[in-house]
Design a protein around this ligand. Structure first.
Ligand code: WTA
Length: 635
């Protein structure tokens, strides 16, 4: 029996038990047999959740790009590593073989070095979904630079905050990007952001949309001429197992975004191992994850996990609605996609457009379907199962987080019987716990509580960049000796988990995590606004949408509310990005507050969700009279 590739349910239980009873022996075997190391580790695991400190494979040395690229060259050098499918279906797809990828990554790595980037330096990557994105990520890893990819839908303010937080020395971007029928001036956004960043010494610019752009002398360089001149081989930097591989920002309920730091070896081992099993990837399969590499799903399951397994991974530049709602299925047919991984929000948007878009295409290549990012509702699950998988392709509902690096609770297809809306069983090595409000673990089945993880796993984030205390406070302080996820979950009679959603002030809109505080801060910058509170409310396609309660200063009275709504969304777009725009804005005379001055979001959430039959205890409110007023004027 191979522990690396699990095929049956009994095998899952057997391997799971082994991984939990003797984690060090288990992970040592996986790491030793399936990866390439320059030096073996001295110690498989050391950990202390009180500090918190976790180290996997300490003393080991490696380079992750040797695992993702070099070691495949002699066995599958001509195999396609990346299929690039452009935004415009008329433009030809590109097939990048492992040989090509090696050369491209090496050239890029040499350019980085020539530009003065060294091991440990931070490089910000702000690119659309074009091959340069995956290549630049790997080029950083090749030379030991820490990449910080920022999703190219974020605004200049959001970008500069992230560049400054990690003191990035370089930004890699493009002249612009295509998004359906639109083009976006990415370089303009970077120029704007860099007005506030003194740490950036150089900017590399890929050409994508061929527009005239401003190039700052001495700072900005076109990428292609540099690549053309670069040497085609680059000796990989030898990294320690615990050296940081990348920083990726995620929203918290308060404060600025958290730069989650992932380390090299544990991340590699876990993302590769989960990829193999959760998608049951076989050598000739074509795998497609529709996420953007700007999110953790893209890092782990477009780039590192698939490439580590020598897979063929599709990168799609466009959107599901362009040129029409059949685009995903056209791509599935065209590239004969075997594993398809997307988000519930995309499934709901496509379901709404009707099955005629699907019926035109041959989807018979599909073997496994996956979802990620938010709870999937039953209707969407069945639509996906009936129409895309034709009830033959198991759906893997994968629960995990930016912080966890890899999938944590998920079925293994063809092994774990699926159940709609359930992420089912913990993956190998993962030890979940449900906690009650008093901090006790809830044992047994048919229970619900707050989801924690009791034991370290290889790909957990090691810290928050520049703020270890915040890492401790956010994840290791709510429950003693446990990692707290921020999610609620229930466990059914057979031990399957269903994630019920966030229990903190993070709202997931179209699969994107948004913290309420940064949005409120943005709104409060409007001169007419006194204060504001944001809550989520159920939305058919986005899962949740944002509802803002805004109290105006006196000077705001008598102003045109429609204009104010537009201005508020404009500020949010500038400060964060269009993904954080409010669907509804209600102007209120006040916000319900506790005597200690805290906004009672629970009440606001109920009103936004049109669920006012039981508002719970309002006796502790300082100003109960505003509640009725808000109800009367609710949108
Ligand atoms: C939510 C995405 C239910 C959850 C990989 C988590 C899910 C947050 C699922 C992390 C799922 C993710 N079912 N909820 N299958 N997957 N979530 O950091 O609330 O962007 O805490 O990572 O998304 O989002 P993040």
């Amino acid at each position: 029996m191979s522990n690396y590739h699990i095929k049956h349910l009994e095998e899952y239980y057997q391997v799971y038990r082994k991984s939990v009873r003797n984690p060090e022996v288990f992970w040592e075997e996986i790491a030793e047999e399936h990866f390439m190391w320059r030096k073996k580790w001295d110690n498989v695991l050391s950990w202390d959740f009180t500090k918190p400190e976790v180290k996997w494979f300490e003393g080991g040395q490696l380079n992750i790009t040797e695992n993702c690229i070099d070691r495949h060259l002699h066995i599958r050098g001509d195999k396609t590593a990346i299929i690039f499918e452009p935004n415009n279906p008329e433009e030809e797809a590109q097939h990048i073989s492992y040989h090509d990828l090696h050369e491209k990554v090496c050239r890029f790595a040499n350019v980085l070095k020539e530009q003065g980037i060294q091991k440990g330096d931070r490089v910000c990557i702000y690119l659309p979904m074009i091959p340069e994105l995956a290549i630049s990520v790997l080029a950083c890893a090749r030379i030991g630079a820490i990449h910080s990819v920022v999703f190219a839908g974020f605004s200049s303010t959001a970008l500069s905050t992230r560049i400054n937080d990690a003191t990035c020395k370089m930004v890699i971007t493009s002249d612009g990007s295509y998004r359906g029928a639109k083009t976006i001036d990415l370089k303009g956004i970077v120029d704007e952001a860099l007005k506030d960043c003194t740490c950036v010494e150089s900017v590399l610019v890929a050409k994508r949309i061929n527009t005239e752009i401003h190039m700052e002398k001495g700072r900005d360089h076109w990428l292609q001429p540099l690549l053309d001149e670069a040497y085609t081989d680059c000796v990989p930097e030898i990294m320690n197992a615990e050296d940081p591989l990348f920083i990726l920002y995620t929203s918290g309920s308060t404060g600025k975004p958290k730069g989650m730091v992932h380390s090299t070896a544990g991340y590699m081992v876990y993302t590769a191992y989960t990829f193999k099993n959760v998608f049951q990837y076989l050598e000739n399969d074509v795998y497609w994850c529709t996420a953007d590499i700007g999110w953790i799903t893209g890092h782990s399951y477009i780039v590192y996990g698939p490439l580590c397994n020598g897979a063929t991974t599709v990168m799609f530049e466009g959107v599901p609605s362009y040129p029409d709602y059949g685009r995903f299925w056209e791509i599935v047919e065209k590239h004969k996609v075997n594993q398809f991984y997307t988000a519930p929000t995309a499934i709901r948007a496509l379901a709404k457009e009707g099955v005629e878009h699907l019926e035109k295409y041959d989807l018979s290549s599909i073997k496994v379907l996956g979802t990620v990012g938010e709870p999937i509702n039953e209707e969407a699950w069945h639509w996906y199962d009936d129409n895309v998988g034709k009830r033959k392709a198991p759906i893997v509902d994968t629960w995990w987080q930016t912080e966890t690096g890899g999938m944590m609770i998920t079925p293994i297809p063809f092994a774990t019987p699926t159940k709609p809306t359930y992420a089912t069983l913990p993956f190998i090595g993962i030890q979940p716990a449900l906690m009650d409000e008093n901090g006790h673990e809830i044992k047994g089945n048919q229970v619900d509580g707050r989801l924690c993880i009791k034991f370290p796993w290889p790909s957990m984030a090691r810290t928050i960049w520049g703020n270890h205390q915040r890492y401790k406070d956010t994840y290791f302080s709510a429950y003693e000796n446990k990692y707290f996820t921020g999610d609620g979950a229930l466990r059914d009679e057979v031990g399957y988990y269903r994630i019920t959603g966030r229990v903190d002030d993070v709202i997931i809109v179209s699969g994107h995590n948004l913290g309420t505080a940064p949005i409120e801060d943005a709104i409060n910058e409007h001169p007419a606004v006194a204060e504001s509170a944001i809550v989520g409310f159920p939305h058919d396609i986005k899962g949740n949408a944002l509802y803002g309660y805004v109290t105006l200063k006196e000077s705001g009275e008598g102003r045109n509310h429609d204009n104010l709504r537009k201005e508020i969304n404009q500020i949010i777009t500038e400060q964060i990005g269009p993904i954080a725009k409010l669907d509804k804005v209600q102007f209120t005379n006040g916000l319900p507050k506790t005597r200690s001055g805290k906004i009672m979001r629970r009440i606001l959430r109920k009103i936004a969700g049109k669920d006012i039959s039981n508002l719970g205890d309002t006796s502790t409110l300082l100003n109960p009279e505003v509640v009725q007023d808000i109800i009367d004027n609710a949108l």
